[in-house]
Design a protein around this ligand. Structure first.
Ligand code: AMP
Length: 596
């Protein structure tokens, strides 16, 4: 389709008129970053002028940044817990937002071991959809012809519960996929998925994955891009194919759906799609039965131009494995978002993962930035928050947001580095999430949680007069699913009565029982995390570790045992001192209900 010249964009020539409008919107927002931000804050404060939380701080109807910054404190989730609890229990008064809280989004960030509950309002769905609508127009600038085929995306809904007051508590993507915004989205030739809605919306994760994979295989020639939200999800799909290609091929050969697929709406929809195709079945069997799975993605889906998965932040650990299975296809990280708020998008989605930067869209919320001090450096006075348009190139900041749904100066916990600007909008490299030590899927285990888990498990060693003298950890992602490895150095006081294999296996489970609910859900419901492993190392290993660190320049006075390791020589040292390995023998406790 020819695009009117007046609609062309500095980002590049748009693929169609709809794209031109989206690109123009990006230009408009990023050219006017500061005034859009000023406007957004004024809108949020006007809309919520009468809410209980804001009234506490005597804003007196002011909507300007200066008054806002001088009166409203910066907070963390824990500070809002009383308000969240009241809303969850059914208090419908305007506590945080004038618009009624429509549901809670369950974040993968946790507080006291449980998922955080993020309030949201109906309006936010439009804002999320707006950000989604910008992704393909940007992608079309770099990859032409995406309207000539389909996307194989593994998308899932997860368990949802109700709070005591009757509001839904569920992940943001579950909320989005179940919304009419997604279910009744208009046809867009650039955004056609192989997965039918029925498969995506099927709550049984096996049936959902099975059907999505089957549909992807049936349309293998049409698939132009393969994706999932995070890298871990796509690797789980590949693992699923490794485990189930035989049944899948049988279905393709016979045109009959596996009996294990019992969901009525999935069955109804597959009747229309699945037809016998013995040649395709033979092809899938031939490829999947090969010992070597290198490049399997492009062997099965030969027209794939890129993988659409987030591989920034904690997901970077999966890049080598994705490269292996895809034969090095480009990895596109398209957006940066959270349960609290969708932040922005990558304007150069085909850039190398290490160079990915996200442009925060100034219309999404009011954004402030807390200058991030290097570890050990503390500030005496209250640090000053910087506005979106004022961040400085090369500096690191923690993201602080004020949303339409009622979070005011809320610390997200992400550390970002400014790498450049698009017009006047800064672009950020995602550096890391604060305090996260171990992560396999969307679990985010911090140092305190790991410490508590080790303490809990070591109780089992007491009767053997044994204690854990040192420990460290490592997220092993070489296998799918990945798992936590915890290295323990033990002090066994009575070697005649040292803990046996069975006890140490139980210690693995005791650790898992203590880890946060996102970890336990990954183990129990999503099967995205494998059994926790304890590797007992020889006495003196941690002293060697210290010697090694000091030989590389660490100060002997300030040396602290790293509670997580990922530097190869250190892991080699640890692994060469392992005396025994133990795995969790069972699944930890998990239900969708919260413990508190
Ligand atoms: P959740 O609260 O479960 O929605 O998780 C949101 C968090 O996931 C963000 O605050 C980030 O820490 C992380 N995240 C989301 N998108 C990205 C991305 N594109 N790159 C790196 N980390 C991300």
């Amino acid at each position: 389709m020819a695009v009117d010249n007046a609609l062309s964009s500095p980002l590049g020539p748009p693929a169609c008129e709809k794209d031109a409008k989206a690109l123009q919107f990006i230009e408009e927002m990023t050219r006017n970053t500061d005034s859009v931000q000023e406007d957004v804050l004024a809108k949020i404060l006007t809309q919520n002028a009468e809410v209980e939380y804001l009234k506490r701080f005597d804003l007196d109807g002011a909507t300007d940044r200066e008054t806002f910054k001088s009166k409203i404190p910066m907070i963390r989730y824990e500070d809002l817990q009383p308000e969240i609890q009241r809303i969850a229990n059914g208090d419908r008064s305007s506590i945080l937002s004038t618009h009624p809280i429509s549901e809670f989004l369950t974040s993968s960030g946790t507080s006291a071991g449980e998922r955080k509950l993020m309030p949201t309002i109906k309006q936010e769905l439009d804002r999320r959809q707006l950000l989604y609508s910008l992704l393909m127009p940007v992608m079309n600038l770099y990859v032409p012809g995406l309207d000539k085929g389909k996307g194989l995306y593994f998308l899932f809904v997860k368990s949802e519960t109700r709070t005591p007051g009757g509001l839904f508590a569920r992940p943001v993507l579950t909320s989005y996929y179940k919304s009419d915004h997604f279910k009744t989205r208009p046809y867009d030739p650039y955004n056609v998925y192989t997965s039918p809605n029925e498969a995506i919306l099927c709550a049984d994760s096996f049936q959902s994955m099975y059907t999505q994979m089957l549909c992807g295989l049936l349309e293998r020639e049409q698939v132009l891009r393969v994706g999932a939200v995070f890298a871990s999800g796509l690797l789980r799909a590949i693992r699923f194919l490794q485990l189930h290609w035989r049944e899948l091929s049988d279905d393709i050969e016979s045109g009959m759906l596996n009996q294990e697929i019992t969901d009525p709406s999935v069955k109804d929809c597959m009747v229309k799609i699945l037809k016998p195709d013995p040649d395709l079945a033979e092809f899938v069997r031939m490829e999947c039965s090969k010992e070597n799975w290198e490049g399997i993605v492009t062997r099965i889906w030969p027209n794939t131009k890129y993988l659409d998965v987030i591989v920034t932040g904690a997901m970077a650990q999966y890049i080598p494995t994705l490269d292996y299975y895809s034969g090095g296809l480009p990895l596109a990280c398209t957006m940066y978002a959270s349960s609290e708020c969708y932040f922005g998008l990558n304007l150069n989605p085909m850039s190398k993962p290490s160079e990915v930067c996200y442009t925060i869209m100034p219309n999404m919320a009011y954004f402030e930035f807390l200058p991030h001090e290097p570890a050990g450096f503390t500030h005496d006075s209250t640090p000053k928050l910087v506005d979106l348009a004022d961040v400085e190139l090369g500096k690191e900041y923690e993201l602080v947001i004020t949303t339409f749904a009622g979070l005011y100066r809320y610390r997200v916990g992400d550390i970002l580095r400014v790498t450049g600007f698009h017009n006047s909008a800064p672009q950020f490299h995602f550096v890391r999430r604060k305090n996260v030590l171990l992560s396999i899927d969307s679990d985010k285990t911090d140092e305190a949680e790991l410490q508590k888990a080790v303490e809990n498990a070591s109780q089992l060693l007491r009767e053997f007069n044994t204690s854990v003298v040192e420990y460290t950890s490592y997220a092993d992602t070489k296998t799918i699913p990945g798992h936590y490895v915890i290295y323990w150095e033990l002090l066994v006081k009575d070697s005649a009565n040292s803990p046996r294999d069975k006890v140490l296996n139980q210690c693995c489970l005791a650790m898992e029982e203590c880890l946060n609910s996102v970890y336990r859900q990954g183990r129990v419901a999503d099967h995205s995390i494998g059994p926790l492993e304890i590797r007992v190392v020889k006495n003196g290993t941690f002293e060697e570790l210290m010697d090694y660190a000091i030989s590389r320049g660490a100060s002997i006075n300030q040396y602290k045992v790293p509670r997580c390791v990922n530097f190869n020589p250190i892991m080699e040292l640890l692994d060469s001192r392992v005396v025994s390995k133990h795995f969790s023998p069972a699944l930890p406790y998990w239900t969708p209900e919260r413990r508190r």
